[in-house]
Ligand binder design. Structure first.
Ligand SMILES: [Zn+2]
Length: 240
């Protein structure tokens, strides 16, 4: 008779904790976005015990290095080490609400096991900059995150050619059609479309092309920021 010892399969990965909910009597399920395998639901054993060391490393919004153990029913987190708790975000109500919204929408829009290193990096970079830098307009910075997230998920707004006649967008008298997901030129516009200024089109193009380090340097007046916030949040509403 052949005897063999079953080896538990494990792997290590960087993970951003997206959320956590109770599971069974004293465990929890953590939803995490991992660098290696995308979005996963993992059991945190004994998470409800007061002295659980593991649970402290698996707080929502943390960046942790985790070891995943493959189980028969569920995979679980064998160990975890915090790499960044984003302490400045968590000690500021405005920042925590901004980062919380970003993490929740990421969790909502990104499907399980959709592995994409760029998705990992935009969430990590966004949290990193929000934690370390003084961002003038948190709401606009959050909307830039949304725009980049939608772009990575295949929903880039059309900002260069009219979504009706396909001609190149020139300056003046353009509108935005949320149903069609892009800019409509002066010849094709209808009343129900929202006006979009030339500067706002430029800002959106710039936000898609550049990373958060460049975006944080932008000086944008309040009127233009409100316009960009409106266009991006309405665009999100149509696509989620
Ligand atoms: Zn047109």
């Amino acid at each position: 008779m052949i005897k063999y010892k079953k080896m538990e399969e494990t792997y290590r990965t960087k993970a951003i904790i997206l959320g956590r909910k109770p599971f069974r009597e004293c465990d929890a399920i953590a939803t995490v976005y991992t660098f290696e395998k995308g979005k996963l639901d993992l059991v945190v054993k004994g998470a409800k015990k007061i002295k659980s060391k593991l649970a402290g490393h698996i707080e929502p919004m943390n960046l942790s290095e985790i070891m995943v153990v493959r189980g028969r029913g569920y995979d679980y987190i064998g160990s975890a080490v915090n790499k960044n708790c984003y302490i400045n975000i968590k000690s500021n109500l405005n920042l925590v609400s901004c980062a919380g919204k970003a993490v929740n929408i990421f969790n909502k829009l990104v499907k399980h096991e959709e592995k994409d290193e760029d998705l990992f990096f935009i969430l990590e970079n966004f949290l990193e900059i929000l934690n370390n830098e003084n961002i003038g307009n948190n709401e606009l910075f959050y909307n830039f995150f949304i725009l980049k997230l939608l772009d990575l998920l295949g929903n880039r707004p059309e900002l260069y050619n009219c979504v009706v006649c396909c001609s190149k967008i020139s300056e003046n008298n353009n509108k935005f059609d949320f149903l069609k997901g892009g800019v409509v030129c002066g010849k094709c516009l209808k009343n129900k479309n929202s006006a979009i200024s030339d500067d706002c089109i430029k800002i959106l193009r710039f936000a898609i092309k550049n990373d958060f380090c460049e975006l944080k340097k932008l000086k944008i007046n309040d009127i233009l920021a409100s316009e960009a916030n409106f266009i991006i949040s309405s665009f999100l509403a149509f696509y989620s």
